[in-house]
Ligand binder design. Structure first.
Ligand code: FPP
Length: 257
């Protein structure tokens, strides 16, 4: 019996990154190249968010994390910050129907309680309405930065130790991980950054410890399903060793040849 193209063989499926995280960069340059205001670049960036959310699901990815607003982004011109928050609120309002139709669970990481009240309201509503979906999760990193996340986690962990809920001597990565805003989410397998920049900019620094990194020159508003598929293909060619040797991580059948 033939299998449909939408359902890859198990061996192929194993090579699809379960969790892809993206640093969406280049909206400003995209706009500048066209003589448009920066916000127009962000508006087009939201269209790409829609395209890529669908594309990732179609490619067999089960979790997509998007770096939508960093803790450092507050320092941008006031009008740009306000514009980004309005876009985010509008996107959340518009997208709920699609999330429900496509069975997308929405989650966030970052200091959500510092976002404008309107954004928080729509986030809370959308998260509650989609919480029961299990196949595919979209995680928005909002007011997110790894260093802030670690400081928050360290504070919460210290408070738990002081309250006698954790024992300092039992401390391990597994324990500390429970205090990060991504506590119940799997680590990213693949981190992509668009626009030709080759840095992580305070994004998932701990969770991405073993992630494969792919950098593409494509500006975020121009990023397509084909670009995502190309990044996933690059991921499939990599050998993830987690500190072991190549021989140790090769499947037994291949190693015996
Ligand atoms: C980086 O481009 C992008 C951002 C700082 C914001 C990303 C936001 C969006 C794609 C839109 C809002 C998101 C959602 C989920 C609705 P840049 O402005 O730094 O580009 P540049 O480096 O070319 O100036």
């Amino acid at each position: 019996m033939s299998h449909s193209a939408a359902r890859p063989e198990p061996a192929e499926r194993a090579k699809v990154p379960a969790h892809v995280a993206i640093i969406m960069d280049g909206n400003g340059r995209w706009a500048k190249q066209r003589g448009l205001p920066r916000l127009e670049g962000h508006r087009r960036g939201v269209e790409t968010v829609r395209t890529v959310t669908n594309a990732a699901r179609e490619l067999g990815v089960s979790m997509l994390t998007l770096y939508a607003f960093s803790v450092e982004n507050w320092n941008r011109p006031k009008a740009e910050v306000g514009g980004l928050m309005s876009l985010l609120e509008f996107y959340l309002k518009q997208e709920l129907k699609t999330f429900v139709k496509d069975r997308v669970r929405l989650r966030t990481i970052g200091r959500i309680d510092e976002l404008p009240a309107g954004v928080q309201k729509h986030l809370r509503h959308t998260i509650a309405e989609t919480a029961h979906f299990t196949d595919y999760t979209l995680v928005l990193a909002l007011n997110y930065g790894s260093r802030t996340e670690v400081v928050d986690a360290a504070r919460a962990y210290a408070a738990a130790v002081a309250a006698g809920k954790e024992k300092l001597n039992d401390g391990s990565w597994a324990t500390f991980n429970r205090y990060l805003s991504s506590a119940d989410l799997p680590d990213p397998d693949l981190i992509i950054r668009t626009s030709g920049e080759t840095r992580l900019s305070n994004f998932l620094l701990l969770q991405g410890a073993y992630a494969e990194l792919v950098f593409t020159p494509v500006l975020w508003p121009d990023f397509t399903k084909a670009d995502l598929a190309a990044a996933c293909a690059e991921y499939a060619r990599r050998e993830r060793r987690y500190g072991l040797t190549s021989e140790q991580v090769k499947p037994a059948a291949t190693a015996a040849k």
